[in-house]
Design a protein. Structure first.
Length: 256
């Protein structure tokens, strides 16, 4: 993914609220949100090129999500797929901290990434760009293609929007979340980060929702963990910059 905004233990009804956009080339083969045939306890979209995923949950209440860390000067074309960092956690029953300790030992093999794993009660963050395992405290967080809570304009916009939705009461308006995930507003040039990709690409990638003929926001996701153990996972996919979205929503009760 390229943007994840999440609220952790700041709403009494929803201990974990995740909203995110996956940006990708539109011709990359992808399977939409569903239970996996080979691992039926995993609910996620799937990258059909490499077999991993960017965001997923399990019927036992585990969660994982990933963003790439933008570092154009240090890209290894032979590095393993980062999407397996998410799917491997969801396939097993490893303790989150132990899983990240194992990842930390081999993190240098991968191109830059940020990884969120855990559940509604214990949530962890790790990036191989800082090699530090963080157990997160309750709060409102944002993650794009730099370290956690690096306040790029889209991260600030997303955090402000999600806070406004949460502040309106315990009932979470999923449509309102999807509305801010469709925000195409681009910040002024002086507000843009300089990540080495050139001004035109910085502009293109600066909005919450990205549109171009070949590359852009491929899907938007909202994942809600209720205090009752119910999980609501909603995904909207876009096959191109001018296409209508295809929406799917799945409810399940965590099996502990």
């Amino acid at each position: 993914m390229c943007l994840i905004i999440f609220a952790y233990k700041i709403n009494s009804d929803y201990p974990l609220i995740i909203a995110g956009n996956r940006d990708e080339y539109f011709d990359r083969p992808t399977r939409r949100l569903d239970y996996w045939d080979d691992f039926p306890w995993i609910l996620a979209g799937r990258d059909l090129k490499e077999g991993g995923t960017w965001l997923g949950a399990t019927t036992s209440g585990r969660f994982a999500a990933l963003t790439n860390y933008r570092d154009v000067f240090n890209i290894n074309s032979m590095a393993p797929s980062r999407g397996h960092l998410v799917s491997d956690y969801l396939k097993g029953n490893y303790a989150a901290c132990q899983y990240l300790e194992d990842i930390n030992e081999k993190g240098s093999l991968y191109n830059g990434f940020n990884l969120l794993i855990g559940d509604a009660f214990d949530l962890y963050y790790y990036s191989n760009k800082e090699s530090l395992i963080r157990k997160l405290k309750p709060g409102l967080y944002g993650l794009s293609n730099h370290l956690l809570d690096t306040l790029w304009p889209k991260v600030k916009t997303g955090k402000t929007a999600l806070k406004k939705i949460i502040d309106q009461g315990n009932k979470i308006d999923i449509e309102a979340i999807f509305q801010f995930l469709k925000d195409e507003t681009r910040p002024l040039d002086e507000k843009l980060p300089d990540t080495g990709i050139g001004l035109e690409w910085e502009r293109l990638l600066s909005s919450v929702f990205i549109k171009s003929p070949t590359y852009g926001t491929h899907s938007s996701s909202v994942l809600l963990f209720k205090h009752t153990g119910q999980v609501v996972f909603t995904e909207r996919t876009f096959s191109g910059p001018d296409s209508k979205n295809i929406s799917r929503q799945i409810f399940f009760q965590c099996i502990n």
